[in-house]
Design a protein around this ligand. Structure first.
Ligand SMILES: NC(=O)c1ccc[n+]([C@@H]2O[C@H](COP(=O)([O-])OP(=O)(O)OC[C@H]3O[C@@H](n4cnc5c(N)ncnc54)[C@H](O)[C@@H]3O)[C@@H](O)[C@H]2O)c1
Length: 304
Protein backbone atom coordinates (compact mmCIF):
# COMPACT_ATOMS: atom_id res chain seq x y z
CA UNK A 1 0.00 0.00 0.00
CA UNK A 2 1.24 3.51 -0.77
CA UNK A 3 2.00 5.05 2.63
CA UNK A 4 1.64 8.53 1.16
CA UNK A 5 -2.01 9.05 0.22
CA UNK A 6 -0.95 11.36 -2.62
CA UNK A 7 0.71 8.41 -4.42
CA UNK A 8 -2.24 6.03 -4.05
CA UNK A 9 -3.41 4.29 -7.19
CA UNK A 10 -7.19 4.04 -7.20
CA UNK A 11 -9.49 1.50 -8.85
CA UNK A 12 -13.22 2.21 -9.16
CA UNK A 13 -15.55 -0.74 -9.88
CA UNK A 14 -18.82 0.41 -11.43
CA UNK A 15 -18.92 3.35 -13.85
CA UNK A 16 -22.50 4.49 -13.22
CA UNK A 17 -23.79 7.65 -11.58
CA UNK A 18 -21.56 7.38 -8.49
CA UNK A 19 -18.56 5.50 -9.91
CA UNK A 20 -17.77 7.99 -12.67
CA UNK A 21 -18.06 10.89 -10.21
CA UNK A 22 -15.79 9.21 -7.65
CA UNK A 23 -13.21 8.52 -10.38
CA UNK A 24 -13.44 12.19 -11.39
CA UNK A 25 -12.73 13.45 -7.85
CA UNK A 26 -9.67 11.21 -7.40
CA UNK A 27 -8.29 12.04 -10.88
CA UNK A 28 -8.73 15.76 -10.23
CA UNK A 29 -6.79 15.30 -6.98
CA UNK A 30 -3.85 13.88 -9.00
CA UNK A 31 -4.39 10.12 -8.58
CA UNK A 32 -3.98 7.53 -11.34
CA UNK A 33 -7.44 5.94 -11.57
CA UNK A 34 -8.62 2.78 -13.31
CA UNK A 35 -12.35 2.19 -13.74
CA UNK A 36 -14.28 -0.88 -14.85
CA UNK A 37 -17.89 -1.90 -15.52
CA UNK A 38 -19.60 -5.00 -16.90
CA UNK A 39 -21.89 -2.93 -19.15
CA UNK A 40 -19.77 -1.77 -22.08
CA UNK A 41 -21.98 1.23 -22.85
CA UNK A 42 -21.29 2.56 -19.35
CA UNK A 43 -17.54 1.99 -19.68
CA UNK A 44 -17.38 3.41 -23.23
CA UNK A 45 -19.04 6.66 -22.15
CA UNK A 46 -17.19 7.16 -18.86
CA UNK A 47 -14.44 9.40 -20.27
CA UNK A 48 -16.89 11.65 -22.11
CA UNK A 49 -19.15 11.92 -19.02
CA UNK A 50 -16.23 12.92 -16.78
CA UNK A 51 -14.89 15.34 -19.41
CA UNK A 52 -18.32 17.00 -19.65
CA UNK A 53 -18.48 17.39 -15.85
CA UNK A 54 -14.97 18.89 -15.72
CA UNK A 55 -15.92 21.36 -18.47
CA UNK A 56 -19.17 22.27 -16.75
CA UNK A 57 -17.44 22.89 -13.41
CA UNK A 58 -14.45 24.74 -14.90
CA UNK A 59 -12.06 22.09 -13.48
CA UNK A 60 -8.74 21.05 -15.03
CA UNK A 61 -9.62 19.17 -18.24
CA UNK A 62 -6.26 17.35 -18.10
CA UNK A 63 -7.50 15.35 -15.09
CA UNK A 64 -9.18 13.05 -17.61
CA UNK A 65 -5.75 11.82 -18.77
CA UNK A 66 -5.35 10.08 -15.39
CA UNK A 67 -8.52 7.95 -15.82
CA UNK A 68 -8.03 4.59 -17.57
CA UNK A 69 -11.12 2.50 -18.38
CA UNK A 70 -10.45 -1.28 -18.20
CA UNK A 71 -12.78 -3.95 -19.57
CA UNK A 72 -11.18 -6.56 -17.33
CA UNK A 73 -11.76 -6.40 -13.55
CA UNK A 74 -8.42 -8.12 -12.81
CA UNK A 75 -6.54 -5.54 -14.87
CA UNK A 76 -8.40 -2.67 -13.20
CA UNK A 77 -7.55 -3.71 -9.63
CA UNK A 78 -4.16 -5.48 -10.01
CA UNK A 79 -1.98 -2.42 -9.35
CA UNK A 80 -4.39 -0.58 -7.05
CA UNK A 81 -3.59 0.54 -3.51
CA UNK A 82 -7.26 1.30 -2.92
CA UNK A 83 -10.37 -0.20 -4.59
CA UNK A 84 -13.79 1.42 -4.24
CA UNK A 85 -16.87 -0.45 -5.39
CA UNK A 86 -19.90 1.46 -6.74
CA UNK A 87 -22.01 -1.24 -8.42
CA UNK A 88 -25.78 -1.66 -8.01
CA UNK A 89 -27.22 -1.81 -4.46
CA UNK A 90 -27.48 -5.62 -4.34
CA UNK A 91 -25.92 -7.56 -1.43
CA UNK A 92 -25.21 -10.90 -3.20
CA UNK A 93 -23.73 -8.99 -6.19
CA UNK A 94 -21.41 -6.98 -3.92
CA UNK A 95 -20.39 -10.09 -1.91
CA UNK A 96 -19.50 -12.02 -5.08
CA UNK A 97 -17.69 -9.04 -6.56
CA UNK A 98 -15.46 -8.51 -3.50
CA UNK A 99 -14.61 -12.23 -3.37
CA UNK A 100 -13.51 -11.87 -6.98
CA UNK A 101 -11.64 -8.59 -6.40
CA UNK A 102 -9.77 -10.19 -3.48
CA UNK A 103 -8.33 -12.80 -5.85
CA UNK A 104 -6.69 -10.14 -8.00
CA UNK A 105 -5.38 -7.48 -5.58
CA UNK A 106 -2.22 -7.37 -3.46
CA UNK A 107 -2.71 -8.52 0.16
CA UNK A 108 -2.28 -4.93 1.41
CA UNK A 109 -4.82 -3.28 -0.93
CA UNK A 110 -7.70 -1.52 0.86
CA UNK A 111 -11.22 -2.52 -0.26
CA UNK A 112 -14.11 -0.08 0.14
CA UNK A 113 -17.83 -0.26 -0.67
CA UNK A 114 -19.95 2.78 -1.54
CA UNK A 115 -23.21 1.09 -0.51
CA UNK A 116 -25.94 3.54 0.53
CA UNK A 117 -27.32 1.62 3.51
CA UNK A 118 -26.17 -2.04 3.58
CA UNK A 119 -23.93 -2.81 6.59
CA UNK A 120 -20.33 -3.23 5.43
CA UNK A 121 -20.06 -6.27 7.70
CA UNK A 122 -22.68 -8.08 5.59
CA UNK A 123 -20.81 -7.29 2.37
CA UNK A 124 -17.29 -8.15 3.57
CA UNK A 125 -17.87 -11.04 6.02
CA UNK A 126 -16.78 -13.77 3.58
CA UNK A 127 -13.43 -12.20 2.69
CA UNK A 128 -10.08 -13.69 3.69
CA UNK A 129 -8.69 -10.26 4.57
CA UNK A 130 -11.72 -8.47 5.98
CA UNK A 131 -9.40 -6.39 8.20
CA UNK A 132 -8.50 -4.49 4.97
CA UNK A 133 -12.18 -3.74 4.19
CA UNK A 134 -14.31 -0.74 5.10
CA UNK A 135 -17.11 1.47 3.78
CA UNK A 136 -16.92 4.87 2.11
CA UNK A 137 -20.35 6.35 1.55
CA UNK A 138 -20.27 9.24 -0.92
CA UNK A 139 -23.24 11.47 -1.79
CA UNK A 140 -24.57 12.37 -5.20
CA UNK A 141 -23.07 14.07 -7.12
CA UNK A 142 -19.70 13.01 -5.68
CA UNK A 143 -17.92 16.05 -7.13
CA UNK A 144 -20.31 18.54 -5.48
CA UNK A 145 -21.44 17.07 -2.14
CA UNK A 146 -18.51 17.18 0.32
CA UNK A 147 -19.34 14.36 2.77
CA UNK A 148 -17.83 10.88 2.60
CA UNK A 149 -18.76 8.63 5.54
CA UNK A 150 -15.86 6.26 6.33
CA UNK A 151 -17.30 3.16 7.97
CA UNK A 152 -15.31 0.94 10.33
CA UNK A 153 -16.32 -2.67 10.93
CA UNK A 154 -15.38 -4.84 13.90
CA UNK A 155 -12.52 -6.21 11.76
CA UNK A 156 -11.11 -3.05 10.12
CA UNK A 157 -7.52 -2.15 11.10
CA UNK A 158 -7.81 1.30 12.75
CA UNK A 159 -4.85 2.76 10.82
CA UNK A 160 -6.69 2.06 7.57
CA UNK A 161 -9.53 4.28 8.74
CA UNK A 162 -7.06 7.11 9.38
CA UNK A 163 -5.36 6.52 6.01
CA UNK A 164 -8.72 6.50 4.17
CA UNK A 165 -9.88 9.66 5.97
CA UNK A 166 -6.63 11.35 4.85
CA UNK A 167 -7.05 10.10 1.28
CA UNK A 168 -10.49 11.71 1.02
CA UNK A 169 -9.51 14.89 2.88
CA UNK A 170 -6.59 15.38 0.48
CA UNK A 171 -9.04 14.99 -2.43
CA UNK A 172 -11.11 17.88 -1.06
CA UNK A 173 -13.84 15.82 0.63
CA UNK A 174 -15.12 16.08 4.20
CA UNK A 175 -14.74 12.56 5.65
CA UNK A 176 -16.72 11.52 8.74
CA UNK A 177 -15.73 8.45 10.79
CA UNK A 178 -18.62 6.05 11.41
CA UNK A 179 -17.31 4.01 14.36
CA UNK A 180 -19.95 1.28 14.30
CA UNK A 181 -21.26 -0.44 11.22
CA UNK A 182 -25.01 0.18 11.46
CA UNK A 183 -27.52 0.07 8.56
CA UNK A 184 -27.79 3.53 6.96
CA UNK A 185 -24.61 4.76 8.73
CA UNK A 186 -25.14 8.37 9.93
CA UNK A 187 -26.44 10.44 7.03
CA UNK A 188 -29.11 8.10 5.72
CA UNK A 189 -30.40 7.29 9.22
CA UNK A 190 -30.95 11.00 9.82
CA UNK A 191 -32.33 11.64 6.34
CA UNK A 192 -34.81 8.78 6.46
CA UNK A 193 -35.98 9.57 10.00
CA UNK A 194 -37.12 12.88 8.48
CA UNK A 195 -38.63 11.24 5.40
CA UNK A 196 -40.63 8.80 7.57
CA UNK A 197 -42.28 11.70 9.39
CA UNK A 198 -42.75 13.65 6.12
CA UNK A 199 -44.67 10.72 4.62
CA UNK A 200 -46.63 10.20 7.84
CA UNK A 201 -47.85 13.82 7.82
CA UNK A 202 -49.28 13.33 4.32
CA UNK A 203 -50.67 9.86 5.13
CA UNK A 204 -52.51 11.30 8.14
CA UNK A 205 -54.02 14.21 6.19
CA UNK A 206 -52.19 16.92 8.13
CA UNK A 207 -50.96 18.52 4.90
CA UNK A 208 -50.19 17.61 1.30
CA UNK A 209 -46.78 16.63 -0.08
CA UNK A 210 -46.03 20.07 -1.54
CA UNK A 211 -46.72 21.66 1.86
CA UNK A 212 -44.31 19.30 3.69
CA UNK A 213 -41.52 20.31 1.31
CA UNK A 214 -42.46 24.02 1.44
CA UNK A 215 -42.42 24.00 5.26
CA UNK A 216 -38.95 22.43 5.42
CA UNK A 217 -37.45 24.65 2.70
CA UNK A 218 -38.83 27.84 4.29
CA UNK A 219 -37.82 27.01 7.88
CA UNK A 220 -35.14 24.77 9.36
CA UNK A 221 -34.00 23.77 5.87
CA UNK A 222 -32.67 27.32 5.53
CA UNK A 223 -30.45 26.82 8.56
CA UNK A 224 -29.41 23.20 8.17
CA UNK A 225 -26.31 23.81 6.05
CA UNK A 226 -24.82 25.97 8.80
CA UNK A 227 -26.58 24.73 11.96
CA UNK A 228 -26.72 21.02 12.78
CA UNK A 229 -29.49 19.68 15.06
CA UNK A 230 -27.23 19.23 18.09
CA UNK A 231 -25.71 22.69 17.68
CA UNK A 232 -29.29 23.91 17.43
CA UNK A 233 -30.29 22.01 20.61
CA UNK A 234 -27.42 23.65 22.49
CA UNK A 235 -28.33 27.02 21.00
CA UNK A 236 -31.95 26.87 22.23
CA UNK A 237 -31.01 24.92 25.39
CA UNK A 238 -31.09 21.22 26.21
CA UNK A 239 -33.84 21.98 28.77
CA UNK A 240 -36.11 23.39 26.07
CA UNK A 241 -35.19 20.47 23.80
CA UNK A 242 -36.22 18.05 26.56
CA UNK A 243 -39.55 19.82 27.06
CA UNK A 244 -40.23 19.70 23.30
CA UNK A 245 -39.32 16.01 23.10
CA UNK A 246 -41.59 15.14 26.02
CA UNK A 247 -44.56 16.54 24.06
CA UNK A 248 -43.64 15.78 20.44
CA UNK A 249 -41.89 12.39 20.45
CA UNK A 250 -44.97 10.42 21.60
CA UNK A 251 -46.90 12.04 18.71
CA UNK A 252 -44.55 11.42 15.80
CA UNK A 253 -44.18 8.32 13.67
CA UNK A 254 -41.99 5.56 15.10
CA UNK A 255 -43.14 2.61 12.98
CA UNK A 256 -40.25 0.21 12.28
CA UNK A 257 -41.39 -0.46 8.70
CA UNK A 258 -42.03 1.37 5.44
CA UNK A 259 -45.32 3.30 5.48
CA UNK A 260 -48.37 1.64 3.83
CA UNK A 261 -48.88 4.95 1.96
CA UNK A 262 -45.42 4.59 0.38
CA UNK A 263 -46.03 0.91 -0.34
CA UNK A 264 -49.29 1.78 -2.16
CA UNK A 265 -47.59 4.43 -4.30
CA UNK A 266 -45.08 1.82 -5.45
CA UNK A 267 -47.78 -0.85 -5.98
CA UNK A 268 -49.77 1.66 -8.09
CA UNK A 269 -46.72 2.38 -10.27
CA UNK A 270 -46.40 5.93 -8.94
CA UNK A 271 -42.60 5.81 -8.83
CA UNK A 272 -41.86 9.53 -8.99
CA UNK A 273 -39.95 11.22 -11.84
CA UNK A 274 -39.52 7.98 -13.76
CA UNK A 275 -43.31 7.53 -14.19
CA UNK A 276 -44.35 11.21 -13.97
CA UNK A 277 -46.06 10.82 -10.60
CA UNK A 278 -45.05 9.90 -7.04
CA UNK A 279 -46.15 11.95 -4.03
CA UNK A 280 -46.88 14.65 -6.67
CA UNK A 281 -47.32 14.82 -10.46
CA UNK A 282 -44.20 15.90 -12.41
CA UNK A 283 -44.15 17.13 -16.02
CA UNK A 284 -40.88 16.76 -17.95
CA UNK A 285 -40.35 20.54 -17.62
CA UNK A 286 -40.89 20.48 -13.86
CA UNK A 287 -38.45 17.60 -13.49
CA UNK A 288 -35.77 19.38 -15.52
CA UNK A 289 -36.32 22.61 -13.58
CA UNK A 290 -35.95 20.89 -10.20
CA UNK A 291 -32.81 19.03 -11.26
CA UNK A 292 -31.30 22.29 -12.58
CA UNK A 293 -32.19 24.12 -9.35
CA UNK A 294 -30.47 21.47 -7.19
CA UNK A 295 -27.32 21.50 -9.35
CA UNK A 296 -27.15 25.32 -9.33
CA UNK A 297 -27.51 25.35 -5.53
CA UNK A 298 -24.80 22.69 -5.05
CA UNK A 299 -22.42 24.45 -7.44
CA UNK A 300 -22.94 27.77 -5.65
CA UNK A 301 -22.07 26.19 -2.28
CA UNK A 302 -19.22 24.03 -3.63
CA UNK A 303 -16.41 25.86 -1.84
CA UNK A 304 -18.20 26.60 1.41
N1 LIG B 1 -27.24 7.28 -6.63
C1 LIG B 1 -26.99 7.81 -5.43
O1 LIG B 1 -27.46 8.91 -5.09
C2 LIG B 1 -26.08 7.07 -4.47
C3 LIG B 1 -25.53 7.79 -3.40
C4 LIG B 1 -24.65 7.13 -2.54
C5 LIG B 1 -24.38 5.77 -2.72
N2 LIG B 1 -24.95 5.11 -3.76
C6 LIG B 1 -24.62 3.68 -3.92
O2 LIG B 1 -23.59 3.58 -4.90
C7 LIG B 1 -23.73 2.34 -5.61
C8 LIG B 1 -23.88 2.65 -7.10
O3 LIG B 1 -25.03 3.46 -7.30
P1 LIG B 1 -25.25 4.27 -8.66
O4 LIG B 1 -26.34 5.23 -8.37
O5 LIG B 1 -23.95 4.75 -9.20
O6 LIG B 1 -25.82 3.10 -9.59
P2 LIG B 1 -25.76 3.00 -11.18
O7 LIG B 1 -26.83 2.04 -11.57
O8 LIG B 1 -25.75 4.35 -11.81
O9 LIG B 1 -24.32 2.35 -11.46
C9 LIG B 1 -24.01 1.03 -11.11
C10 LIG B 1 -23.01 0.54 -12.14
O10 LIG B 1 -22.50 -0.72 -11.71
C11 LIG B 1 -22.34 -1.51 -12.88
N3 LIG B 1 -22.21 -2.91 -12.48
C12 LIG B 1 -23.19 -3.77 -12.08
N4 LIG B 1 -22.62 -4.97 -11.77
C13 LIG B 1 -21.28 -4.83 -11.94
C14 LIG B 1 -20.18 -5.70 -11.75
N5 LIG B 1 -20.33 -6.95 -11.32
N6 LIG B 1 -18.93 -5.24 -12.05
C15 LIG B 1 -18.74 -3.97 -12.48
N7 LIG B 1 -19.76 -3.10 -12.67
C16 LIG B 1 -21.02 -3.54 -12.41
C17 LIG B 1 -23.56 -1.19 -13.72
O11 LIG B 1 -23.38 -1.57 -15.07
C18 LIG B 1 -23.64 0.32 -13.54
O12 LIG B 1 -22.86 1.01 -14.51
C19 LIG B 1 -24.95 1.64 -5.00
O13 LIG B 1 -24.53 0.78 -3.98
C20 LIG B 1 -25.75 2.80 -4.43
O14 LIG B 1 -26.62 2.42 -3.39
C21 LIG B 1 -25.78 5.73 -4.64
Amino acid sequence: MAQDVAQARIAVVGAGLMGHGIAQVFALAGHEVTITDTVMKNLDTVISRIAANLRDLGDDPLAISRVRPCVDLAEAVREADYVVEAVSEDLPLKQKLFANIERHVRPDTILASNTSVIPITAIMQGLNRRERALGTHWWNPPFLVPLVEVIETQWTEPELIAWTMNLHRAAGKKPAHVKKDVAGFIGNRLQHALWREAISLVENGICDAATVDAVIKASFGRRLAVLGPLENADLVGTDLTLAIHNTVLPAIDSRPAASPYLQKLVADGKLGFKTGEGFRKWSAEEQAALRAKVMAHLKASRNS
